[in-house]
Design a protein around this ligand. Structure first.
Ligand code: ADP
Length: 265
């Protein structure tokens, strides 16, 4: 709480002012350090595939110039690296767009059940590829929230894709939308997988930008390390809550909760 008004000669108040000043300074410094860290991480993430691309280009211009087989293989790898850079830049742009809108409240009336079923369908080719069965449990009636349709689709996409990617291949994923009981009407969207789960020490840091439990595994699966940071930013803008629960070896459950829009039927 910050008191704004004429300065009082009261010693306690003066001290409070001094403490506040220092606290502000440290939080500003922390913010600055976080930003610098983010730029360093993003640059590093982009530099790695770029260095590899340059290496392959030089090889193709030099030693492998007339090697048709090598050229095919190298071009495939180069395409993969370029796609990775594109994914990363797309995610960075999404994150900054969401951040720019952070202070604006979303205004569309969106049915979470439709969002969930659309996204289950969108993710089905990826699920099929990995032999994962995605099952959706949805209410018959619309479950409305005040939101931004594209952003909520993005939340569903990131969570369902993660469950398919990190859950057991050949396993199943349960997606559900439900109203929650209680004095305040709330709605929940949840995604449960039955894969290896996440060790408790990682849980609090999962939504940090570029935080990954296993960097190599995330890269192999086409991850950028920004998916859950994007989810958290969108959920915050919607004044919702994100819960992550996991028992290692038993899978993970990601739940987002929002206030329900409009009167209950
Ligand atoms: P990524 O692009 O690496 O998937 P995310 O921000 O989406 O980035 O997720 C961060 C990390 O959280 C992942 O690298 C992975 O280690 C872990 N993770 C996310 N979802 C799951 C899940 N369903 N099961 C196990 N680990 C997960």
């Amino acid at each position: 709480e910050v008191h704004i008004g004429p300065l009082q000669s009261d010693v306690a108040d003066v001290h409070a002012g001094v403490v506040l000043f220092f606290r502000d300074l440290t939080s500003a410094r922390r913010l600055e350090a976080m930003r610098a860290d983010f730029v360093a991480n993003a640059s590093h993430e982009l530099r790695t595939p770029l260095a590899s691309l340059l290496g392959f280009i030089e090889t193709l211009q030099g030693p492998a110039r007339d090697d048709v087989k090598a050229r095919e293989r190298f071009l495939d790898i180069m395409k993969g690296q370029a796609q990775r850079m594109k994914r990363l830049i797309d995610d960075l742009l999404s994150l900054s767009r969401i951040e720019m809108r952070a202070h604006l409240s979303p205004t569309q009336t969106v049915d979470l059940a439709t969002i969930a079923s659309q996204m289950v369908e969108t993710v089905s080719p990826l699920a099929k590829e990995r032999g994962v069965v995605v099952k959706a449990t949805l209410p018959d009636r619309p479950v409305l929230v005040l939101g931004d349709r594209d952003e909520l689709l993005r939340v569903a996409e990131n969570l369902i894709e993660n469950a398919v990617k990190y859950g057991e291949s050949g396993g199943k994923v349960d997606v559900a939308v439900a109203r929650t009981e209680g004095p305040v009407p709330q709605v929940a969207f949840s995604v449960q997988d039955y894969g290896p789960g996440i060790a408790p020490e990682h849980l609090p840091r999962l939504t940090e930008r570029f935080y990954r439990v296993d960097v190599v595994q995330s890269r192999d699966k086409g991850g950028t390390g920004l998916g859950l940071a994007i989810v958290k930013h969108i959920v915050n803008r919607h004044r919702g809550h994100l819960d992550i629960a996991s028992e290692p070896g038993q899978g993970a459950r990601f739940t987002v909760r929002f206030s329900e829009a409009g009167p209950r039927p």
